[in-house]
Ligand binder design. Structure first.
Ligand code: 8YV
Length: 320
């Protein structure tokens, strides 16, 4: 018995249905915590999304037959890994296939913020476009500027390749360990976060969310950035102290922010970030290309099938 918390694109789920009893949550919105508890009872496999919080209570409700939790995402901050480890439940994710899509979106956000695309488009929509102004909507150029990549993993590296290759940018990055290939091929320099924030014209966040990275970009970090700087986030909303960011954007401590991830998600339209001219907010569409989402579905299904037959997953999250 497998519970899938949302319909997925493509035909991957039919592979599950051929050999298992599958129930798919039929709604567009995620199950509430209570609905999740009801639906997981007696399940041997779960296929989940980031919006499903899979904690010990959910695992308990599933019962001792639960063998695998397959997350339809590269990130897995919605799953209590320690609890899964204690119960011998395998956890899977969908890395690599969404790297290009997410890196492309980070580039899109950076360019859109640099060229004030949201403000420009709003001018047209609201009828404020009345004349061509020599000093209207002036943005920022990219060529030769300094790029700061906070966390140079798969997506951070793909993003840096695009920016360094496309605009000949100087690359600073943070990382737990030195990255010889990034240094060699992209001319990168590993620095402390303080230096990265101080020196960069564009800062893009690519770290995973964990206790260490929650509010990594807080008021002090924002104050450390250049007033002309642009902040991009395609990782997780909680990495930025969002209240501090609203304040910093209002007071023009930085030039702009472009965010694919927020706290909470969905962000209510009344949230101050939505109304700020120098904030661009997208509804978490980093991996939203047909290719990425179809391939994610295939991996997520492979992970469930492997876990149900007691084998190592195609993409397994280490639990130790
Ligand atoms: C997910 C994401 O696809 O993969 C991740 O970690 O953040 C997104 O790409 C999306 O949130 C669906 O779970």
């Amino acid at each position: 018995k497998i519970f899938v918390t949302r319909e997925l694109p493509g035909s991957a789920l039919t592979r599950l249905q051929q050999s298992h009893q599958v129930s798919i949550w039929p709604h567009r919105t995620p199950p509430t915590p209570a609905e999740l508890l009801d639906n997981v009872a007696g399940c041997h496999g779960l296929l989940t999304l980031l919006s499903d919080r899979i904690d010990e209570r959910v695992m308990e409700a599933a019962g001792s037959g639960l063998q695998v939790i397959s997350n339809y995402a590269v990130g897995y901050n919605n799953i209590d890994l320690a609890a899964a480890g204690r119960r011998g439940i395998r956890v899977g994710n969908t890395p690599d296939v969404l790297t290009d899509a997410t890196a492309d979106l980070a580039v899109t956000l950076l360019l859109a913020a640099a060229r004030r695309v949201k403000e420009a488009s709003d001018e047209v929509r609201s009828g404020q476009w009345q004349t061509w102004e020599p000093a209207g909507l002036l943005g920022r150029e990219l060529r030769g500027k300094t790029l700061g990549v906070v966390g140079i993993g798969r997506i951070g590296t793909a993003f840096a390749q695009r920016m360094v290759g496309g605009w000949n940018m100087k690359l600073l990055y943070t990382s737990r360990s030195p990255q010889a290939e990034v240094d060699e091929k992209l001319g990168g320099r590993r620095v402390e976060l303080d230096e990265l924030l101080r020196e960069s014209d564009f800062v893009s966040v690519h770290v995973a969310l964990c206790e260490e990275t929650r509010h990594l970009i807080d008021a002090a970090a924002l104050a450390n950035m250049k007033p002309s700087a642009i902040l991009v986030n395609t990782a997780r909303g909680e990495i930025i102290d969002q209240e501090a960011l609203v304040q910093a954007l209002r007071e023009e401590v930085i030039f702009a922010a472009a965010l694919d991830v927020t706290t909470p998600e969905p962000l209510p339209p009344s949230h101050p970030l939505v109304g700020l001219p120098n904030a661009l907010v997208l509804p978490h569409i980093g991996s939203a290309t047909d290719t990425a989402r179809h391939e994610m579905a295939e991996i997520a299904v492979d992970n469930v099938l492997a876990g149900m037959s007691g084998q190592a997953l195609r993409c397994e999250v280490p639990l130790a």
